[in-house]
Structures are given as structure tokens and as C-alpha cells.
Design a protein around this ligand. Structure first.
Ligand SMILES: *[C@@H]1O[C@H](CO)[C@@H](O)[C@H](O)[C@H]1NC(C)=O
Ligand SMILES: *[C@@H]1O[C@H](CO)[C@@H](O)[C@H](O)[C@H]1NC(C)=O
Length: 323
């Protein structure tokens, strides 16, 4: 990461006034494209995780060979599809629905990631997520949930989950609505410090009807920010829209979620994180609120019927990581 302010200029600002010493912590910087992941490139950047769902979902994560053979993943041109099986009727009490969980081979500390998403999984019972963590050292390595929700229920919420000693100030420079301010996984039933995105078209059916949009995350040791621009949002930065070879987050405007380091030492609460994309069903969250969010019958019965999952797919135009 390069500083947005030259060392010389910053030094003179610092001597001019201590007030300026606070300014750089909220500022972004310019970054260069490190991983341009498009179409079939997703197969090289990610590994497939055929693991048991730690959140007890009615899912059967398959390996890459199975995903490709069943066309649950498809990469061509500027399209990468990741979907649930939508042809198999499941037996009650038997294995869950085939789906896919992928994790980047690379891990990142300070970085910007931009996700250009045309469509996200849509159906009652779905629990899709685009997030970052260090699975071998959770929660000490930190977790950033960028896009996550259940049962088609928007808006999106961006959340940090950490070890103890990481809280967020109640008032901060973001357009979203803070839910809880303690990021510690051991409090509030691991709700984390979530921020609800203000726009209804940030998640689920409304996101899809609008052609999706762009999610972006910037992680520095001073702050973590998340932005969302809907497909038709005129304020999307041109470098984000075009997938430019460099980006400068100074010009990106107020983020939907702003997590500063003022009451949380981000450098010690976050380690190298992988980016994970997963799609599970029911389980600890989607299953628990299935009926209260207006979905019919039981989540298990619903998941058994393949016809319900024709739209349970991600369509990524690109994932770009800048460092
Ligand atoms: C899917 O993503 C969410 C993201 O927060 C995570 O809590 C959950 O454990 C993930 N499920 C699986 C099976 O990886
Ligand atoms: C696999 O899925 C893609 C994307 O939906 C589709 O274009 C393609 O025709 C499918 N291939 C087969 C063999 O069904």
C-alpha cells in the first residue's frame, strides 16, 4: 500500500498541527491490481472445500471435479457461476443439497477487494456469503463479512467478528446503520459488530432485479471500510466500474460501513485472511429464522425440492484484489 500523502507533505502537516495527525487514519490510498480474477480464472485463484458445514446447514459441499461435472461452477468469458444443485430431489433425513464453498489460495493483510456481482443466490433457505477470515486461527485472525444474509431477507449487513477487546464507536462516518458495536465473538451470541447497508437493493431479489452491483472492502491497520454501489448507481467510481489497474479509495466517498481502529487494534485483531465464497442452506442462521422471515413449511422440506433453487446462484463478473 502506498500512502496518499507524500512523506514530506505529511511530515509538514504533522508539524503544522496535531489535528492533521488524526486525518490520515480515515483516509484511503492508492493500490495496484494484484489479482484480476475473471471467468475461468476463479478456478485458479480459489480451491474448493468439500468440508462439513460448521454452521450445520443442509448442504453437501462438493469438490472441484464434482462441481464442474454437475455444472455447479462454470467459468467462461467474463462470467463465473457458482450455484446450488437444482435438479436433485433429496430424501428426508438424507444428505443435504450439493453446493460449493471456495477459498482463495492467497491470503491478504492490507488490501482492497472489489466484487462485481450480477446475481446472488435467491431462495428461501439460502445463506450465501462473501467474506474473509483465517480459518486456522478463528477468531484471533479476524473475520470480515462483506455480503451475507439469509432467506432473501435484505438489506445486506457488513460485519466484523474478532477476539475480545475490539469495539466500534457508536458514532462514525458511514451511511449504514450500526447494529451491535462489540465485535467480540463471545458476546451477543457472536452477532459481531454489524452494519446494515441503507439500500434495499443491496441483497437478494431486489439486488438481482437491479442487475446486482459492486461490493468493495478496504483493509488497512487504521480502518476497515465496506462500500456498495448498485448497478445503476451513478456514484460508482469509474475505476471500480472499469476494473482499472489501480484504484484510489480517497475518491470513493463515505462507505456504508466504517470500522476504525480507535477502540480496536486492527493490526493485532486481524491476520492474513483468505477470501471465501459459500452457499449453504438452513443451519444456525437461515434455518433458525426460516418461518419468522415468511418462508413456507420447514426449511428441510423446502431444501428437499430442487425446483426451489433454480435461482440459487452467484454470477460474478469479476473479483479484483489490489495491494
Ligand atoms: C459461510 O459463511 C459464513 C460467513 O459468515 C460463515 O459464518 C459460515 O460458517 C460459512 N459456512 C460454511 C460452511 O463455511
Ligand atoms: C453450465 O452453466 C452455464 C451457465 O449457466 C450454461 O451457460 C451452460 O450451458 C451449462 N452447461 C451445461 C452443459 O449445461
Amino acid at each position: 500500500m502506498k500512502s496518499s500523502v507524500s512523506t514530506v507533505l505529511r511530515a509538514s502537516l504533522l508539524t503544522a498541527s496535531t489535528l492533521f495527525a488524526l486525518a490520515p487514519s480515515a483516509q484511503g490510498a492508492s493500490y495496484s491490481l494484484s489479482d484480476n480474477v475473471v471467468g475461468a480464472g476463479f478456478f485458479d485463484a480459489f480451491n474448493f472445500q468439500a468440508i462439513g458445514d460448521p454452521t450445520h446447514g443442509r448442504v453437501n459441499y462438493v469438490d472441484q471435479a464434482t462441481a464442474r461435472a454437475q455444472n455447479l461452477t462454470f467459468g467462461s468469458g467474463n462470467t463465473f457461476i457458482l450455484r446450488a444443485d437444482h435438479t436433485t430431489t433429496l430424501s428426508p433425513g438424507g444428505p443435504g443439497r450439493n453446493s460449493v464453498r471456495i477459498r482463495t489460495n492467497k491470503a491478504y493483510t492490507t488490501h482492497v477487494a472489489v466484487f462485481d456481482i450480477r446475481h446472488m443466490p435467491q431462495a428461501c433457505g439460502t445463506w450465501p456469503a462473501v467474506w474473509e477470515t483465517k480459518e486456522s486461527n478463528w477468531p484471533n485472525g479476524g473475520e470480515i463479512d462483506i455480503l451475507e444474509g439469509v432467506n432473501d431477507h435484505g438489506p445486506n449487513q457488513a460485519t466484523l467478528h474478532t477476539s475480545s477487546g475490539c469495539t466500534m464507536p457508536a458514532s462514525r462516518a458511514q451511511s449504514g446503520n450500526a447494529l451491535q458495536n462489540d465485535c467480540n465473538v463471545a458476546v451477543n451470541g457472536n452477532a459481531g459488530c454489524g452494519v446494515q447497508v441503507p439500500s434495499g437493493n443491496s441483497y437478494g431479489p431486489a439486488f438481482n432485479a437491479n442487475g446486482g452491483g459492486w461490493y468493495a472492502v478496504e483493509r488497512t491497520n487504521s480502518f476497515i471500510k465496506v462500500w456498495f454501489w448498485a448497478r445503476n448507481d451513478g456514484s460508482v467510481p469509474s475505476a471500480v466500474r472499469s476494473g482499472a489497474s489501480s484504484v484510489n479509495t480517497d475518491s470513493w466517498g463515505t462507505p456504508v460501513a466504517f470500522f476504525p481502529n480507535t477502540q480496536c487494534d486492527l493490526a493485532s485483531h486481524f491476520q492474513e485472511n483468505n477470501i471465501i465464497i459459500n452457499l449453504t442452506f438452513c443451519g444456525d442462521w437461515a434455518g433458525a429464522v426460516f418461518a419468522s422471515q415468511g418462508c413456507p413449511g420447514t426449511c428441510e422440506d423446502f431444501v428437499n425440492n430442487p425446483a426451489n433453487f433454480a435461482n440459487a446462484f452467484f454470477d460474478f463478473a469479476a473479483m479484483r484484489v489490489y495491494t
